[in-house]
Design a protein around this ligand. Structure first.
Ligand code: NAD
Length: 423
């Protein structure tokens, strides 16, 4: 392998260096993974070829994980796969089965942990023609930054009735005087939120908002109930904005302080001045309220920073508004090391494996995010335009077909070919 096929990140400038013919590992995925990957990768290759006429190309390298890995090697996530994902920096994957009794809670969580991919990035916007259950799906244009390594996803859980759960509940009652009557049949889990973990997530969201000229970053949390985890997330987020981005942001915390010192009118004037000066507004919303806000006032929200579990719920709710998980892309990123693993946000839909019927848009748009991350914007733009054209032509897979009138039903592979024709 030549060095000039490796994507690297300059540790000083932070710049990603992408050669013209980079090697990019892919995990084909389980269930519907092979069907959607085959269609999506053909589109990605065709778009790169069309945009750069052979000057640039992707050298795909298959790496194993999930059922395919288990069948071939006996392991669900072989070490070579993790090594390759580390080495090549940028990679893409299809959905993976969660092994049952495989000694691993989730392969996705294991991958995120192995590469310390602390941001789960999920842009949610509506593409013209996509069927939606709401009247104005075009009002949704949000980018979710979901913390990916902490919260109750840390995997510290003990089964009800076990010696561990008894030990932990006894300790909480006797040593920490927890004000709670544990029933002996309680399972218990631990929720983790570190200052550094929350800060790096919020920092990434603010930097994204600055680069992409977004108007606001909203901290979504449940801090009214979980004060030292969710509440701390909110407080650390505000503090970080004020200490690291003082010239570029204005926080609702500041608004509250000005209001209590000088009155509401002065606070409003201050915020208006900040907005006119192009500062990003940092605000917060409690998670349950946010789930109604995305239906009632979606235009008020642009970049969302939130902890792990909230982010999981919010991204599926938003995805449903703009067309469902068949068209919802995602990425797991460590902005410091540059490691990025792009992925369809849905699962393996095992009932539909090898039916060549599911929508490949989620993994394809994840590929578009990957091209954008690499700076191959021309190819990325052409795919998005061709996808929109195909949907407007009402040539769609079954998930959209069922919600449209006068549409033409295409198989996964045919949908891929139609997008290529429209490139
Ligand atoms: P799922 O996302 O696989 O499927 C739920 C339903 O969504 C499907 O029955 C189908 O109707 C629809 N759907 C999913 N993908 C679609 C597509 N591309 N086009 C059209 N419709 C689509 O969720 P599940 O059934 O709860 O999970 C199945 C397996 O996937 C489990 O083992 C789960 O752990 C795993 N999973 C993996 C990931 C991942 O790898 N990122 C994410 C979620 C679930």
């Amino acid at each position: 392998m030549q060095d000039n096929q490796l994507i690297t990140k300059d540790p000083r400038s932070g710049e990603l260096k992408v050669p013209n013919h980079p090697i990019i590992p892919f995990i084909i995925g389980d269930g519907i993974g092979p069907d959607i990957w085959r269609a999506a990768s053909r589109v990605l290759d065709a778009a790169v070829e069309k945009a750069y006429l052979g000057e640039r190309s992707i050298q795909w390298k298959e790496v194993l994980a999930g059922e395919k890995a288990h069948d071939k090697t006996g392991e669900w996530l072989p070490k070579e796969t993790v090594d390759d994902l580390k080495k090549y920096l940028v990679s893409i994957k299809g959905p993976l089965t969660t092994p049952i009794g495989g000694g691993m809670r989730s392969l996705n969580v294991a991958l995120r942990k192995a590469l310390d991919l602390y941001v789960c990035l999920r842009p949610t916007k509506w593409y013209p023609g996509v069927p939606s259950p709401v009247l104005h799906p075009e009002w949704v244009d949000m980018v979710i930054f979901r913390e990916n390594t902490e919260d109750i996803y840390a995997g510290i859980e003990y089964v009800a009735g076990s010696a561990e759960s008894k030990k932990l509940t006894d300790f909480l009652s006797s040593e920490l005087q927890a004000d709670y009557d544990f029933l002996p049949n309680s399972g218990v889990g631990v929720k983790v939120a570190s200052k550094s973990g929350c800060e790096r997530l919020v920092r990434a969201a603010i930097e994204y908002a600055l680069i992409n000229k977004r108007k606001s970053v909203t901290l979504v949390h449940k801090g009214n109930i979980m004060k030292f985890t969710e509440g701390a997330f909110k407080n650390w987020g505000y503090q970080l904005a004020e200490s690291e981005f003082a010239d570029q942001t204005y926080t609702w915390d500041q608004w509250e302080r000005t209001k209590s010192e000088k009155g509401e009118e002065a606070a409003n004037q201050e915020q208006e001045a900040a907005t006119s000066a192009g500062k990003i507004i940092i605000k917060d919303v409690i998670a349950d309220n946010f789930l109604q806000q995305i239906l009632l006032n979606p235009r008020d929200y642009e970049v969302i920073a939130t902890m792990n579990l909230n982010g999981d719920y919010i991204s599926d709710a938003l995805a449903a508004i703009v067309g469902g998980i068949g068209i919802a892309p995602g990425a797991n990123i460590n902005y410091q090391t540059g490691h990025a693993l792009f992925e369809a946000t849905h699962g393996t839909a095992p009932r539909f494996a090898n039916t060549d019927s599911m929508n490949p848009s989620s993994v394809l748009l994840s590929g578009v995010m990957m091209l954008e991350y690499m700076g191959w914007q021309e190819a990325a733009n052409s795919i998005t335009a061709a996808l929109v054209k195909t949907i407007k032509q009402k040539k769609v897979t079954v998930d959209f077909y069922n919600q449209m009138s006068d549409a033409t039903l295409l198989k996964t592979s045919e949908f891929g070919s139609q997008i290529i024709e429209n490139l």
